[in-house]
Design a protein around this ligand. Structure first.
Ligand code: DQA
Length: 144
């Protein structure tokens, strides 16, 4: 199967962005870690964009190609109804979409306590750094 690992705004700055919160690993490090963790036959594609429209187009692509999705919506998590509706397209056709966060948004500022995505996601994993993605991948590939 195919798995899209989609990352929203500012996650291209991983490594130098608030390392106390997000760690020192870069997006390339994450890509390498997931590639190593993926079982044979799983086609993994990790992408990042700062553009809401592009992220929405990638979710449409997941529907059209029957791909499972690991989604870190970043700040869009907290307010993008357009992203929520696009993510709902994925889960309503029966594809798995797991919302992931590096940090635990619930232990941070008030505005991060709300996710408009969680209600339509298959599941949510937060607070484990790159481990959040690895847990999501394990679930999608049947190891969990
Ligand atoms: C984040 C948490 C969000 O609140 C924040 O806006 C991010 C990253 C995380 O992975 O912990 O950009 O999604």
């Amino acid at each position: 199967g195919r798995v899209l690992v989609l990352n929203g705004p500012n996650l291209n700055r991983l490594g130098t962005r608030e390392p106390d919160v997000y760690g020192t690993g870069t997006l390339d490090d994450l890509r390498a870690e997931l590639a190593t963790a993926a079982p044979a036959g799983v086609v993994l594609e990790l992408r990042q964009t700062n553009d809401e429209a592009e992220l929405i187009a990638w979710l449409h692509e997941a529907v059209d190609t029957g791909s499972a999705v690991i989604l870190n919506p970043a700040a869009f998590t907290h307010y993008s109804y357009a992203l929520r509706d696009a993510a709902a397209l994925v889960t309503t056709v029966g594809l798995t979409l797991i919302e992931v966060h590096l940090s635990n948004p619930h232990s941070r500022e008030e505005f991060r306590h709300t996710s408009v995505i969680s209600g339509i996601a298959t599941g949510v994993i937060a607070g484990f750094g790159f481990g959040s993605y690895r847990l999501a991948l394990a679930r999608i590939t049947g190891a969990l």
